[in-house]
Structures are given as structure tokens and as C-alpha cells.
Design a protein around this ligand. Sequence first.
Ligand code: TRP
Length: 326
Amino acid sequence: MKKRILSGMRPTGKLHLGHLAGALKNWVEMQEKYDCFYMVADYHALMSEYADPSAMKDNIIDNVADYLACGIDPDKSVIFVQSHVPEHLELDMILSAITPLSWLERCPTYKEQLREVEGRDLATYGFLGYPVLQAADILIYKANAVPVGEDQLPHLELTREIARKFHFLYKKEIFPEPEAIMTTTPRLLGVDNRKMSKSYGNAVNLSDSPEEIKKKIKSMITDPQRIKKTDPGHPDICNVYSYYKFFFPEKIGNLSDECKAGNIGCVEDKTKLADCVIELLRPIQEKRNKFIKDRNGLEAVLAEGSKKAREFARGTLEEVKRAVGI
Ligand code: TRP
């Protein structure tokens, strides 16, 4: 029996190289070893985008086109939209009943986002409960493991705590305690060396045209101490070099030595990187464009995925309700 995994991304905008490196690449590989459930977490997106969710439907379709173009295969994995499986919300409600407020208030992601996020009022009931809904997403599929980035570890820990409390209270072991499968991606920064983020506009999107890719990569920050081409460079602190290391290890050659020796300049380096990224994305974009033109086809993939997800989710919810006695 294969182990099951569940993971999700919020449809808050276009997917970029960070999503490819941090999630999608692993998601694709995991299809061979696990039973995979991949979810578009639109309710989670709503928690932060509620004041203007008008782009949500388009973002969902756009992101799913990227999932498929990158190699997520609907014949191998269940691809679905969170809000199409209302059972998540029923389990969320039941788990809310047993989750102490203090667990949520002390959650580091909650505290950080309240402090850091500008232009959105996140002091809402829903946002406080964000990790409970995430626990419901995971537990309703009895997931054994969840591929996540480091930032999501507190949510996974909370999921395990909630599962333990459920088992303790209702004297029935329904959920496996899900493990984190940490993605070992190095931190790829945006083109301005800040955290890669849609809201900073500093990421290369999977759908960017060659011109946009060239423009963004040209603006990348390399080694700030290197002023002239003949100055010795420091590839280990250079974001351009990190991109090479992660995406194009086979093309690195003696780039590091040539940079340290001052033989290859940053401009040349970036021009080559842009060409590599354009090549990397070309086949993805060709597939993506085909999927985008067939919106009905994408909707059919999601309808089929939601049907499969719901079947599974219903079974768990029945067990849960029986254990609780409602
Ligand atoms: N919170 C996750 C993020 O922002 C998205 C998410 C929602 C998720 N539900 C999930 C991830 C369940 C893993 C499992 O990236």
C-alpha cells in the first residue's frame, strides 16, 4: 500500500520559479511513490484576500494549468479545489471545537503575519483559525505525510497536536500523525535579493515571456563587492549563482572558478542565465498555453478530482462524526 500525501497552494496570483523549485518539482516526483492529493487552497487564500477576491477563479484555472504543464498528472494524482469539497469545512468546525485558542494565538506564522503583512486586516476570526482548516485538509485524507516548506512546520505540528487531542477525547484512532516532508530547496531570492514574493513583483513567473524574463534577470543583484569585471567574484553569496546551482547544475561547468578569477562578468553571467531560464520554461509554457486555451478541459480535470477527493473525504467525515457522536 502506497502512503498518502496531501499538499496545497493558495491561488493568490501567478506561480513563479520559487513555486517550481520549492513545491512543484517535488510534487511531480512524489507521484511515483505516493498516492497524491494536490489541492488549490482557495479558502485559505480567501483568509487574506477577502477584501478583493475577484481574481480567485482565474487564478485557480491559471495555477492548475501550471500544475499540469509542470507534470502533475491527473491520471496519477487527485487535483482538486478546496471549496469543491465542503467536507473540509465540516471537519474544520469539529476540530475548531477542540482546539484551544492559546494554540492558535501562539502560532508563530500567525504572529508574524499579523505584524508584517501590510494593507490587509488579518485580525479576523477566520485568519486565526487558518491552521485548523489546514489540519482538516490534511486529516480528512488521512495523509501520512505533507510536503511543505520550512515556514509551514508550525502548522504541521499543530495538525499533529489536534489529531492527538481528537484521539484522546473520542477514544478512537482515526488519523495517522502526518509527517513533514521537508523540501530541501535552498532559499532562492527574488531578483532584488528580497524574499521571492508575488507582492514584491520580484519573481520570474512560469508564464513570463522571454522579454520579461530577460528584463527581470538583467536586474538581478550579484556580488555587491564586485564592481569591475576583473574584480574577484564571490559565487557563494551570489543569487545568480544560486539559480544556476539549483536549476542548471549540469550547465555550471567552471563558472565558479571563472567568476572568482574575474574572467566572466556578471552581465554575461546573467545573459546566460536568462537564456537557460527561457529554455527551461519553453516546454512548460507550450503545454501551459495549450491547457489555458481549453478552459473546459481544465474544469473537467478539477471536476473529476473533486469527485475523487469528496469520496475519500466523506468516508473520513462519517467516521469522525460517529466517533464524536453527532
Ligand atoms: N498554508 C499553505 C501555504 O500557505 C497552503 C495549504 C493549505 C496547505 N492547506 C494545506 C499546505 C495543507 C499543505 C497542506 O503554503
